[in-house]
Design a protein around this ligand. Structure first.
Ligand code: CO8
Length: 260
């Protein structure tokens, strides 16, 4: 990465993959309003970019993010917090239609853990530390922590983390279902890139339909979720990539997917 003072930096290691990297090392990548606005802007742009098939969100190989920037919120009033409308910025990330992989090294605390949980796949380093320590500074999670964590690991484990503020390691996060994979710390970024490459080689319409269906179905009844799946499944038969994927299978060749 080039030396820059931008708090969020986007690079494109390949035509189809973008890496969104938090870049406030001196503040342990704490999320201030500027970072959140940039994250929202980048995720919106990447979501619209037809060339991009997978996005990696990371804080680099030392720290993912130590949460909301406490210096910026310590003296805020409730009305100021309300007026900042931060949930709109988070929504820009959760609305990204492309698959998102979080590559987590080091601390993913508070808003950092919540940011990782906005991703679809989490690759954790063994000694990463995931946690929701907000209670220790007199507040509670405000960017989905009570909801997404509970959905990911279940009520009893989530309550323990939320009520004690105690962090868990990458290994524990994996065992609880909070991480998709746990790897040696030094391999996190490469592994995230490998997975991104695999996803980027897949038909993008199928990938975005899978993401949308899984996420919408999580909050729906089974019947509604199955109906959403059926509609998306049928829709893919209108794509050129479905014909290409099946033709390539019979021709015993590698398919070329165009996202059409
Ligand atoms: N905010 C602001 N600055 C921070 C933060 C933070 N969350 N975390 C670390 N920093 C700063 C420190 O102040 C310090 O700055 P300085 O050098 O100027 O003193 C620098 O980063 C390095 O920090 P440490 O010396 O503490 O570094 P360590 O490696 O010893 O410890 C820790 C790292 C464990 C991450 C420690 O810094 C820590 O506990 N940080 C606070 C973690 C925390 O409580 N996070 C939750 C914050 S609340 C939250 O996230 C609510 C989310 C709601 C979302 C919506 C928000 C609007």
């Amino acid at each position: 990465m080039q030396t820059t003072t931008d708090p969020v930096v986007v690079t494109r290691p390949t035509e189809r993959i973008a890496i969104v990297q938090l870049n406030r090392p001196d503040a342990r990548n704490a999320l201030n309003q500027e970072s959140r606005m940039l994250l929202a802007r980048h995720f919106e742009a990447l979501g619209r970019d037809l060339d991009i098939r997978c996005v990696i969100i990371t804080g680099g190989n030392k720290v993912f993010a130590a949460g909301a920037d406490l210096k910026e919120i310590a003296d805020a009033s409730a009305i100021e917090m309300h007026q900042r409308q931060v949930h709109r910025l988070w929504k820009a990330i959760s609305d990204c239609p492309k698959p998102v992989i979080a590559a987590v090294n080091g601390y993913a605390l508070g808003g950092g853990c919540e940011l990782a949980m906005h991703a679809d796949i989490i690759v954790a380093g063994r000694s990463a530390q995931f946690g929701q320590p907000e209670i220790r500074v007199g507040i509670m999670p405000g960017a989905g922590g009570t909801q997404r964590l509970t959905r990911a690991i279940g009520k009893f484990r989530a309550m323990k983390l939320l009520l004690t503020g105690q962090p868990i390691s990458g290994d524990e996060a994996y065992a609880m279902g909070l991480a998709s994979e746990v790897v040696e710390d030094a391999k996190v970024q490469d592994r995230a890139m490998e997975l991104a490459q695999m996803i980027a080689d897949m038909p993008p319409l199928a990938a975005t339909q899978i993401k949308e269906t899984v996420l919408a179905g999580q909050d729906a009844s089974l019947e509604t979720g199955l109906m959403l799946e059926r509609k998306a499944f049928h829709l893919l038969f209108a794509s050129r990539d479905q014909k290409e994927g099946m033709a390539a299978f019979f021709d015993k060749r590698t398919p070329t997917y165009l996202g059409q």
